[in-house]
Design a protein around this ligand. Structure first.
Ligand code: G3I
Length: 483
């Protein structure tokens, strides 16, 4: 088992340590209540980002008019996947006529919330317009390459990853006999990946499938394909494990080891469509089992350095695909149909390193007292910046302040200047932030107002950078410069 700090941003994550000690990246203070979030709770993505991963959700265009839904979608997740709007039947419904409006809407939404996009999907046997299915075999390759080129070029530079080929295998590990396989044999996969790379040199290129999460014939087939493609130098960057699980079928066998063997081929791995369905009605026992499954998936990803992140297949039962396909089943997601958090949410929160307290919540807000200066303090500022294009990106900053004086600090204000080009994008966690130009003032909440003698407190925020990333150079605690 290895730690996961490289993960999603392995080539671009930097850990900046100021003044000394190694920081604990998961800078999360206790939250109150088992399932009720307060403003200061870290989001699932913040927790995941502190471990070098993203946490995301699928979404779909019809849902985007639901403002209660989009508020959570925009704030809780660092990555989104369009559930339908980049598929072939949407993007090229008739030959050589392309439609990007719906996909563009998802990309635009992601940009407005500083989220990365997993684009889904270029070559799939399903949701394929009939004009493709009825092409003479001699025309399929040209049509496929044209589709990939047009769509991937349109989104080039705007998406983190593409599911280039989706669901190429049958359950027994043989290749699915799609129109693409029938025309080109299994070579269609390499051809598709090469076309995608030519169209978008920066997106991570994936093959994605279901029932490959644990070891078995289908996962073995994917492994053999991935090995072979890597050996041939085909541009393949990652394998997506959809993670459509069901509590009545048991948890996938050896999931962590299965992910790890793909990572050992030099590939990223990602959980791309996670949900855990149950036979309805939902009850506490089923919820508990479901929570265990979510915990196990998060643990498996955290344990594999090259597991870059987890995407749930939409976040709420309100918009889950499950009930319409599996009659009598559902309740598969961490938020219920009223957008209330379920035990599965708390399980994910905890598995990602969130600390759940059962004590009563203290009202949050800045301390009204006038803070006394400490005689000494130390600041560790840990940032995980990532790049989304030339000279631009986002970052998650975790700050740990240690009171090195012999007496407690009761009420605190930390001040620092963000380097030029940087902005806060979220209100942050475990502190109240005020920003004036580049000057940032972080003030305690009531529950973390006291920093004991030689004790520490941690808080953080998300931001954007441009130019090149650097960390703030100096900090004051209650107007005393930290050493
Ligand atoms: O857009 C039409 C609408 O006009 C029509 O009134 C309605 C009537 O049924 O259908 C709508 O299309 C539906 C579409 O979702 C958009 O909502 C299709 O019927 C429905 O089949 C389609 O389901 C999607 C499914 O893929 C198709 O296979 C799900 O939303 C989507 O979540 C699901 O996602 C797949 C991944 O792409 C691949 N892995 C499995 C995963 C779950 O099946």
């Amino acid at each position: 088992m290895s730690s996961s700090s490289a993960g999603a941003f392995s080539t671009r994550t930097r850990l900046i340590l100021i003044m000394g000690v190694t920081a604990a990246l998961a800078a999360v203070s206790p939250i109150a209540g088992l399932s009720t979030a307060r403003a200061a709770d870290p989001t699932l993505h913040q927790l995941a980002a502190a471990k070098g991963k993203y946490f995301g959700s699928a979404t779909d265009n019809p849902e985007l008019t639901d403002t209660a839904y989009t508020a959570i979608l925009g704030s809780e997740f660092g990555q989104i996947t369009p559930g339908n709007s980049m598929k072939w039947d949407t993007t090229e419904p008739t030959r050589n006529t392309f439609a990007f409006t719906k996909g563009d809407a998802v990309v635009s939404l992601a940009k407005s919330h500083n989220q990365i996009v997993r684009a889904h999907t270029l070559v799939w046997h399903n949701q394929l317009p009939s004009w493709v299915s009825s092409l003479p075999t001699t025309e399929v390759q040209a049509a496929m390459e044209n589709h990939i080129t047009q769509v991937a070029t349109h989104y080039a530079g705007q998406v983190y990853a593409w599911d280039v080929v989706n669901e190429p295998f049958n359950e027994d590990g043989t290749f699915r006999t799609s129109v693409f396989y029938n025309a080109m044999g299994s070579g269609y996969i390499a051809t598709a990946l090469r076309a995608a790379r030519a169209a978008d040199p920066t997106a991570k290129l994936y093959i994605n499938d279901y029932n490959t999460d644990g070891t078995g014939a289908k996962a073995d087939a994917m492994y053999n394909l991935a090995s072979s493609l890597k050996a041939q130098g085909v541009p393949l960057d990652g394998i997506g494990f959809q993670g459509h699980l069901a509590i009545q079928y048991g948890f996938p066998t050896n999931m962590q080891a299965n992910l790890q063997r793909f990572a050992d081929l030099g590939l990223d791995v990602a959980i791309t469509e996670l949900d855990v369905r149950m036979i309805l009605p939902r009850d506490a026992t089923k919820d508990a089992t479901q929570s265990t499954y979510y915990t196990n998936v998060v643990n498996a990803c955290l344990a594999v350095n090259r597991c870059v992140g987890i995407t749930i297949w939409d976040y709420t039962d309100k918009y889950s695909w499950v009930p319409s396909v599996f009659s009598g089943q559902g309740a598969a997601l961490p938020w219920d149909e009223n957008l209330a958090k379920k035990p599965a949410y708390t399980a994910i929160f905890k598995a990602l390193g969130g600390i759940v307290s059962t004590s009563s919540p203290s009202p949050s807000g800045p301390s009204p007292s006038t803070p006394a200066p400490p005689t000494g303090c130390k600041v560790v500022y840990s940032a995980s910046p990532w790049t989304e294009g030339t000279g631009v990106g986002g970052f998650t900053a975790n700050i740990t302040v240690t009171n090195t004086s012999a007496t407690p600090v009761s009420g605190w204000t930390l001040r620092f200047s963000l380097p030029s080009g940087q902005t806060l994008t979220q209100s942050g966690w475990n502190a109240t932030y005020a920003v004036s130009g580049q000057a940032v003032t972080a003030t305690n909440l009531s529950y973390n107002a006291t920093i004991p003698a030689n004790g520490s407190t941690s808080f953080g925020f998300n931001g954007r950078w441009s130019g090149s990333y650097s960390s703030p150079a100096a900090f004051t605690l209650n107007n005393v410069t930290c050493s």
